[in-house]
Design a binder for this molecule. Structure first.
Ligand code: PLP
Length: 366
């Protein structure tokens, strides 16, 4: 057996072996919160852009042949929506976090990073020479202790935690950062399109835009397309053209995708009722399971049902699949040992009746 095969065998023995699979079932696991990945107006906008001759591929980095007026237009619109000076479009959220943090964090800086931050944030921090201080999940006293007076400090959080559905107390974090002279960076991957008066995210909902140094907004989740915007000052966007290696040394996304992004933003702008549904449906599901299952994520569209072992999570996911649901098990190392779970995600397109049936099926299986 080669070392590669041995490692796979060990993963299989631990019940942690992963498979790439598509299943024919109702999805309660995708991040397509507003069902915009299958929206007719988004599709038509993309087809129209291609028909009008928008390039398919960008042909290079934005600093070389890859620049296109379509990028500038969507970046201006996105920044205006977010109430910020400027934005910069990356091909993925993973790259956006690397580009942003790679630009901001310098040797000698301190970075205070929440223990449950997404892998893309963790890796982005690790690639820098800043001193990393990982703090317990949303423990504000620990954040306070980790911020060091007299040293440039950046605090990095998600506004909605993707595996737990917890909401960061952005007003308190912003106040803390302001009081201690630290910069606040917020990953809004699971909030953009869902929260706030115009759906801009939890920064908008909590009215802290002016206290946030930079934010990241993925376009492959509620926006239904792909890519991600870094939002902040015009100077910060300019500096990324120099220091964000994930931006500089990577082919720009396909220019025609921006047409889909515009259409998705139109849908979000015009349909407040759509934006409110994922969280409302998640509250309904949580209420139905309350007291009978370890459910988390109040106030978010994510409903993690924590069952403990990888086997138990796998069994719940399989049982749900037999009943017509695509609900995925999340196991270590994605979540801590002992907290394997089935992570349910509510989409605007699900009906209340479907959510009630899903709750009944979960209770049947627990
Ligand atoms: C909090 C968070 N940040 C960043 C990302 C990465 O975004 P993308 O999937 O566009 O690379 C994700 C999801 O994948 C995420 O959940």
């Amino acid at each position: 057996m080669s070392d590669v095969e041995k490692r796979l065998a060990a993963l299989s023995a631990a019940g942690l072996r992963r498979q790439l699979r598509t299943v024919d079932a109702v999805s309660v696991s995708s991040n397509d919160y507003l069902d915009l990945s299958v929206d007719a107006s988004v599709r038509s906008a993309l087809i129209a852009a291609l028909t009008e001759g928008a390039p398919i591929g960008s042909t290079g980095s934005r600093l070389l042949s890859g620049q296109h007026p379509r990028f500038t237009a969507i970046e201006e619109r996105f920044a205006a929506w977010q109430g910020a000076e400027a934005s910069l479009l990356y091909a993925t959220g993973f790259a956006a976090n690397q580009g942003l943090l790679g630009t901001v964090l310098r040797p000698g800086h301190v970075v205070v990073s929440d223990a449950l931050n997404h892998a893309s944030l963790i890796d982005a921090v690790r690639l820098t020479k800043a001193e990393r201080r990982v703090v317990p999940h949303l423990d504000l006293a620990a954040y306070d202790r980790a911020i060091e007076a007299g040293r440039p400090t950046v605090v990095v959080v998600e506004s909605v935690y993707s595996m737990d559905g917890t909401l960061a107390p952005l007003q308190q974090l912003a106040a803390l950062c302001q009081a201690r002279g630290a910069r606040l960076v917020v990953d809004e991957a699971h909030a953009t399109g869902l929260y706030g008066p115009t759906g801009a995210g939890r920064i908008e909902a909590q009215r802290v835009r002016d206290q946030v140094f930079a934010s990241v907004h993925t376009a492959g989740k509620a926006l239904g397309v792909s890519g991600a915007f870094v939002v902040g000052s015009a100077a910060l966007m300019q500096l990324q053209l120099h220091d964000a290696r994930a931006f500089v040394f990577s082919t720009a996304p396909p220019p025609f995708l921006t047409a889909g992004l515009h259409a998705a933003l139109d849908r979000i702008r015009d349909h407040a009722e759509l934006r409110a549904r994922p969280v409302a449906l998640a509250e309904r599901l949580r209420a139905a399971l309350a007291g009978r299952a370890d459910v988390r994520g109040a106030g978010s569209p994510i409903v993690p049902v924590v069952v403990g072992t990888p086997e138990a999570a796998g069994a719940l996911s399989s049982g749900l699949l037999e009943r017509g649901w695509d609900a995925r098990a999340i196991r270590p190392p994605t979540v801590p040992v002992g907290t394997s779970r089935v992570r349910l995600v509510m989409r605007a397109g699900l009906t209340e009746a479907q959510v009630d049936t899903l709750a009944a099926h979960i209770l049947e299986l627990l």
